[in-house]
Write a protein that binds this ligand. Structure first.
Ligand SMILES: Cc1cc2nc3c(=O)[nH]c(=O)nc-3n(C[C@H](O)[C@H](O)[C@H](O)COP(=O)(O)OP(=O)(O)OC[C@H]3O[C@@H](n4cnc5c(N)ncnc54)[C@H](O)[C@@H]3O)c2cc1C
Length: 411
């Protein structure tokens, strides 16, 4: 079916998987990813294997990214967004606007000089070895983009790989069908009473994922030392009636416990306390893992009320002690907030672009997906789900897309 073309919007694990499935069936795919680095959230995660694989799924994201980059039927447009989408006589027409390719992947040797020297922190580092170039430019922070006051990266690059005057590019594609796999936005806990972005040693689970991936251990942001006591706080922004977030984000208990276990293995002196509402155990293997993990981790069934700063940037966490119902204080060197999976912040504009319906939760209503009209959804654009579930959902979207294309062929 090589004459068919599908537009996949979103290059996370779901979008990559849908693109690969379709490409393997002979369909040409334009895969449009908004961020400079494809792979979505999962490409930022650490492998959580301590003594053996704990099936966290992080390696699946690497594999999908590699496979998509290698497949000749997939054209990956990173740093790009679909500007408009229309349909005429059964065929879509889309315009994709791509940011300038400031760093030439053919010349860049990943030496990192631009990253080290940039005065405004505008050079970003990729997450995976498959990210080529491994560095990219953040336009919002770049002084040249702002007022043309700095060209340091261009001047110092030993390979002349950087050109700040590159224009953006516009692409036109005429897909037969569209898959929307634009994922989720992690909940921003700035309005919760936990001092996020005020207290240096309060971080989110996503930040811990990146830290474990880059440094292989937990370190206190305030002084780069190893924390002796860490508090994990679950359900930050999930199952929260005040916010209207009634859903469980499903993956946080498993992900946080796997990270806690990894830290205990690599930094055995660290004491870990896990504050939770109730532990969601999805999948048959998780039950066994959960039982074993409780030997190393102190579990407290309570959600803390506040976090206060104490000496040396340490933290005082207050909570209601479940057996006695008395308010208690405990001291920690670092706290990790397990933030909710919330609907992608682009959902409103994507709904306008595609005509997809948004459910009360804010996720795309998968039941109301425009299957008959050739628009499908995949992954966490539909609801919170794990990497494995996102891949399965992408397979289902690819299968439905093929059915739609075949049906149109027969007509
Ligand atoms: C802290 C944390 C830890 C987790 N740990 C685990 C774990 O250990 N195991 C597990 O199975 N799951 C885990 N998850 C869940 C996992 O992140 C998701 O299952 C997975 O990332 C879903 O992939 P996705 O492609 O649906 O979405 P995303 O990863 O969100 O990818 C969506 C992509 O679409 C792009 N996009 C968004 N809007 C647009 C647009 N308008 N145009 C173009 N592109 C767009 C985004 O830039 C992004 O690259 C964790 C989640 C969090 C928050």
């Amino acid at each position: 079916m090589t004459d068919k073309n599908v537009l996949v919007i979103g290059g996370g694990v779901a979008g990559l998987s849908a693109a690969i499935e379709l490409a393997r069936l002979g369909v040409r795919v334009d895969l449009v990813e908004k961020s400079n680095f494809p792979g979505g959230h999962a490409i930022q995660f650490a492998c959580k294997a301590a003594d053996k694989c704990v099936k966290c799924g992080a390696c699946a994201a690497e594999e999908k990214l590699r496979d998509a980059l290698e497949h000749q039927n997939i054209r990956l447009l990173a740093g790009a967004q679909v500007q408009n989408l229309s349909k005429n006589n059964g065929k879509f027409s889309a315009t994709v606007q791509k940011k300038p390719a400031y760093i030439d992947p053919k010349k860049c040797t990943d030496c990192g000089l631009c990253f080290d020297k940039c005065p405004s922190g505008a050079i970003l580092r990729g997450f995976s070895k498959s990210h080529s170039p491994f560095y990219s430019l953040c336009e919002e922070k770049c002084l040249y983009v702002k007022d043309k006051s700095c060209r340091l990266c261009e001047d110092i690059c030993p390979e002349s790989a950087i050109c700040l005057d590159k224009p953006g590019e516009s692409y036109r594609c005429d897909p037969d069908a569209v898959v929307v796999a634009t994922g989720f936005t992690p909940f921003n806990p700035k309005n919760k009473p936990y001092g996020y972005k005020v207290l240096k040693n309060v971080i989110t689970n996503l930040e811990l994922e990146r830290m474990l991936r880059a440094e292989s251990r937990a370190i206190r942001p305030s002084d780069n030392t190893e924390p002796k006591r860490i508090a994990f706080i679950q359900c930050v922004g999930s199952r929260d009636a005040q916010l209207g977030h009634l859903w469980c984000s499903k993956i946080c208990c498993g992900s946080a416990l796997r990270m806690a276990r990894l830290i205990k293995t690599r930094q055995p002196e660290t004491e870990i306390t896990f504050f939770y509402m109730d532990v969601q155990t999805f999948g048959k293997d998780f039950k066994v893992f959960y039982e074993s993990v409780q030997k190393d981790i102190r579990m407290i069934r309570a959600i803390p009320g506040d976090i206060f700063k104490t000496e040396n940037e340490s933290l005082r966490v207050t909570f209601l002690n479940p057996p006695t119902h008395e308010t208690m204080d405990e001291y920690f060197d670092m706290a990790v907030l397990s933030v909710a999976i919330t609907p992608c912040s682009d959902n409103k504009s994507l709904a306008e672009l595609t005509g997809l319906e948004i459910a009360d939760s804010g996720f795309f209503d998968s039941a109301g997906a425009k299957s008959g009209q050739g628009i499908f959804t995949a992954g966490t654009a539909q609801r919170p789900m794990s990497i494995a579930e996102s891949i399965a959902s992408a397979g289902e979207a690819a299968w439905k897309t093929m059915r739609y294309l075949e049906f149109r062929n027969e007509k």
